[in-house]
Design a protein around this ligand. Sequence first.
Ligand code: MD3
Ligand code: FE
Length: 206
Amino acid sequence: MFDFFEDEAPWQEPLASGAVILRRFVQGDDDALFREINRIATQSPFIHRITPGGVKMSVAMTGCGAAQWLSGRDGYLSNAESLPLSDTLLAVAQRAAIAADYPDFVPDSCLINRYAVGSKMTLHQDKNERDLHQPIVSVSLGLPAVFLFGGRQRSDKTNKVLLEHGDVVVWGRESRLCFHGISPLKPGIHPLTGPYRFNITFRKAL
Ligand code: MD3
Ligand code: FE
C-alpha cells in the first residue's frame, strides 16, 4: 500500500542472539502479500484449531506449501492438496533471510495466522519442524501486536516488543527454541487489513 506520509526507510533491530527484527521490511510488498493471503484463504479457509488440551484457539489459521501444521502431537503432515508456495511468497521469505544472514534458507511451507480483537497466542516453542537448525521468517501485517519472547525455559523472564505492519522477524540459531507468544490483540482498524492482524511464518518443516 503506497502511503506518502507513513512510508519510512526500513531499519534493523537485533532482538536476541540469532534473531533480528527487520522493521518495515515488507512495507512495499504489503498489497501483494495481502492478496496472497486472500488467495490462499479462498482455497483453504481460515480455521480455529483445537489444542491438545481441547481448547479452541482464538487465532484462525491457514497456510500453503508442502506441509500443513496440525495442532497436537501430529505436528506437520505433508499436504499434497495445498497451494504451492508462490514465487511472490518465496521471494519475500528469501530476501528477508538473506538480510538476516541466513542466505541458504529455502522454506517449503508457510503458516498464516489471523488475529481478531482479543486473539492471542500463549507462550510456546516451535519445535515440530524436522530440522531445528533452519530459521523461521515471520511477517506481520495489519494491526500491531505485543510480541512476548523469553528463553528456552517456559519460566524464563519474557521481554515485550511491538510488532507492526510490515515488520519481519527472522529467528534462528540460539533463538530458535525460545518461548514466544502474542498478547491479546487490541481493537483497531488497519487501512489494508481492517480489524485484523495477520502473521505469515515461513518454515522448512519437512
Ligand atoms: C521465535 N506466531 O505461528 S511470529 C507461530 O505473530 C507464532 O502469529 C506468532 O508464534 C504470530 O508459531 C509469532 C514470531 C515468531 C515465529 C516463530 C518463532 C517467533 C519465533 C520461532 C522460534 C522463536
Ligand atoms: Fe511460534
